[in-house]
Design a protein around this ligand. Structure first.
Ligand code: FES
Length: 103
């Protein structure tokens, strides 16, 4: 595992997200209303819209463009027409959000 700091915890308010480019990989970090962080590929596998406005609810993330939902642990689509969304492990260390892009 190789976690890389991508943002400080204070940069992302609950219920919002941030696009980050890390070593040439574009990702999105979302913070749920409850305050937990989730990292994923920036582009939704359905039609490439950014997941930055994604809605986190009941263990899944929903793309706001057309409503595709993905499991937050596995990235598997909950609607069968879509490919999986890449999900990255997240750690919080000393106030920073660290993401493992190699996972
Ligand atoms: S682009 Fe995400 S559901 Fe269509």
């Amino acid at each position: 595992m190789s976690f890389i700091n991508v943002a400080s915890v204070d940069e992302i308010e609950p219920g919002t997200g941030k696009e980050v480019s890390v070593e040439g990989t574009d990702i999105v970090v979302l913070r749920s209303d409850e305050g937990d962080f989730h990292a994923m590929a920036k582009e939704c596998p359905h039609a490439g819209v950014s997941m930055v406005d994604g809605i986190i609810e009941d263990g899944c993330v929903e793309c706001v463009a057309h409503g595709a939902q993905f499991d937050l642990e596995t990235g598997q689509p909950l609607s069968p027409a879509y490919d999986p969304l890449k999900i990255y492990p997240v750690q919080i260390v000393d106030g920073f959000i660290a993401v493992d892009l190699k996972a």
